[in-house]
Ligand binder design. Structure first.
Ligand code: ADP
Ligand code: MG
Length: 441
C-alpha cells in the first residue's frame, strides 16, 4: 500500500524532503491509471509535481500498481476515497481562481543586486506576513526585470508560512477576463464576494486595464474594499503609477498611497550574478560540460538588460554545447548566439545616447561633439560618455571618436567623473536612471 511506498521514498528523497513534501501527501483516489494525491496548497502541489512526481510514479510502478500518471489536487477539491469521511466544504472555502504560480520563482532563485535591492527588500517584508505596513506595494520596471518573479516568490513564501492564508495572484488581464465573464453570466455579486474575501491580492501588469473603463471601476472598488479590511495588495506595472496613460486619476493616486519601488535595468554585476546562478543550475543537469573562463563575463557585458533574454541565451548555449559535446568557449558562444548578440548590440547606439541626453538637458546635439567647456554643456557630455560606456560594448577610443575625435583618456576621465559624482548627487543618479530607462525601454 501507500504506506510502504512512502517508506521507500523516504530513503530516495532524504529525510528533510520526506517530512516536508512526501509525508503530508494523502492518496485520495486511484482509478483509470491515475493516482490522485491531496495537497494542502497549490504551491505544495506544484512543488511536489516538479520535484518528486517521477520518483513517486516509479515507486508506484515497483509496487505493482497500474498507474500511468500522478496528479496533485487541492485537498478541498480532491475526490474522497470511498471510506474516508467526506470533508464538508464550507461556503467560504470556494476555490480562489488565481493563476498558477511558477515553482521556480522563489526568493532563493532571485539574485539580488543594486538595481533590484529595494524591490527585493520590500517584497521580503511583505512575505513575512506581519502587520500590513505599506499598502499597496507597487513594483514597476521594464520587461524581464523580475516583477513577476518577485510576486510569485512572495506568494510561495506566504503560503509556506501560513498555509491557510488566501493568496490570490493573477494578471490584470485575467482580472478583466473574469470580470467580463461574471458580467456575462450575471454573477457579478459572486465575483465581488470572491475578490473581497482574499487575504492577499496580487495583480500583475496592471497597465493592461488602462483605458478599460468598467474593469478599472471594478478594480478600484475591489482595491478599496481590501485596503479597508487591511488586506495586503501587491501590484506590478511596466511604469510608475503616474505614468500609466488611460488610468483614472483616482486609481493612480490610490496606487501611489503605499510603497512604490522600481526595478532598475540590470547592471553588469547583477547580470553576471544571474548567469553564475543559472550556470550552476545547468551544471547539475549537464554534468560534464565545461564552461571556459570569461564566457559568463562576456555574456554579462554583451547581452541586454532583460533577464529573460539572458536566460534564453544561456539555455541555448548549454543545449547546443551538450549536443555537439564541446567545451563552451568564447568562440562557440559567439557562433551559437550570433543573432542574440547582434540584436542586443543594435539596442543602444552612441548617437541615440547623445540625442537623448541633449534633449534631457536641453542643449544642442552638436554640443555633444563640440568643444565647449562650460559646465552646463560639459557635464551632460560626460553623462553621455558614461552612458556610452555602460550601455554599449564600444571601447573607449571608439567612444572618443564619436565624441568629436576626443582622446580615450578624456572619455575615461568623463566616465570616472560621473561615477564619482553620482554616489553623492541624488539628482544626478535619478537623471541617470531615467536616461537609462529611456534608452533601454
Ligand atoms: P517581468 O515580470 O518583470 O517582465 P519576470 O519576473 O518574468 O520579469 O522575469 C523574467 C525572467 O528573468 C524570469 O525567468 C525570472 O526568473 C528571471 N529573473 C529576473 N530577475 C531575476 C533575478 N534577479 N534573479 C534571477 N532570475 C531573475
Ligand atoms: Mg511579468
Amino acid at each position: 500500500g501507500w504506506a510502504d511506498i512512502r517508506e521507500n521514498l523516504r530513503t530516495r528523497v532524504g529525510k528533510d524532503n520526506y517530512i516536508t513534501w512526501i509525508e503530508p501527501l494523502k492518496l485520495s483516489a486511484l482509478d483509470d491509471g491515475v493516482a490522485s494525491f491531496a495537497v494542502p496548497t497549490t504551491f505544495f502541489g506544484d512543488w511536489v509535481s516538479r520535484n518528486f512526481a517521477d520518483q513517486i510514479l516509479h515507486q508506484l510502478h515497483r509496487s505493482g500498481a497500474a498507474v500511468e500518471r500522478v496528479e496533485f489536487v487541492l485537498e478541498r477539491n480532491a475526490p474522497a476515497l470511498p471510506k474516508a469521511a467526506a470533508r464538508k466544504r464550507a461556503p467560504e472555502e470556494k476555490e480562489v481562481p488565481g493563476a498558477p504560480l511558477d515553482g521556480r520563482f522563489t526568493f532563493d532563485s532571485f539574485v539580488v543586486g543594486k538595481p533590484n535591492e529595494l524591490a527585493h527588500a520590500a517584497a521580503r517584508r511583505v512575505a513575512e506576513g506581519g502587520p500590513v505596513t505599506f499598502n499597496p506595494l507597487f513594483l514597476y520596471g521594464g520587461v524581464g526585470l523580475g516583477k513577476t518573479h518577485l510576486m510569485h516568490a512572495v506568494a510561495h513564501e506566504l503560503q509556506l508560512r501560513q498555509p491557510d492564508l488566501r493568496v490570490l495572484y493573477l494578471s490584470a488581464e485575467q482580472f478583466m477576463y473574469r470580470f467580463v465573464q461574471a458580467l456575462r453570466e450575471r454573477q457579478v455579486m459572486d465575483f465581488k464576494e470572491l475578490f473581497r474575501s482574499v487575504d492577499v491580492l496580487m495583480v500583475d501588469d496592471v497597465q493592461f486595464i488602462a483605458g478599460k473603463e468598467s474593469t478599472q471601476e471594478e478594480f478600484f472598488h475591489t482595491f478599496n474594499a481590501l485596503v479597508d479590511q487591511n488586506k495586503q495588495i501587491i501590484i506590478s506595472a511596466d511604469r510608475a503609477p503616474g505614468e500609466i496613460k488611460g488610468l483614472e486619476e483616482r486609481i493612480k493616486s490610490r496606487l501611489q498611497c503605499g510603497l512604490v519601488v522600481d526595478l532598475h535595468p540590470t547592471d553588469y554585476e547583477l547580470r553576471l550574478g544571474i548567469l553564475q546562478q543559472k550556470a550552476e543550475f545547468y551544471h547539475t543537469q549537464y554534468r560534464d560540460l565545461v564552461i571556459a573562463p570569461g564566457v559568463l563575463e562576456f555574456l554579462a557585458h554583451r547581452i541586454s538588460t532583460n533577464v529573460r533574454v539572458l536566460e534564453g541565451a544561456l539555455t541555448r548555449l548549454f543545449a547546443f554545447a551538450s549536443l555537439v559535446g564541446r567545451e563552451i568557449t568564447l568562440e562557440l558562444t559567439q557562433d551559437c548566439l550570433a543573432d542574440i548578440l547582434r540584436a542586443s548590440d543594435r539596442k543602444v547606439t552612441i548617437e541615440e545616447i547623445q540625442r537623448k541626453v541633449a534633449e534631457h538637458f536641453n542643449i544642442r546635439l552638436s554640443d555633444m561633439i563640440g568643444p565647449k567647456r562650460v559646465r552646463t554643456i560639459a557635464r551632460p557630455r560626460q553623462i553621455a560618455m558614461y552612458l556610452s560606456k555602460q550601455l554599449t560594448s564600444r571601447s573607449l577610443p571608439d567612444i572618443g571618436r564619436r565624441f568629436g575625435g576626443r582622446d580615450h583618456t578624456t572619455i575615461m576621465h568623463g566616465v570616472r567623473k560621473i561615477e564619482e559624482l553620482m554616489t553623492a548627487d541624488s539628482q544626478l543618479s535619478d537623471d541617470l536612471q531615467m536616461l537609462k530607462r529611456l534608452l533601454q525601454g
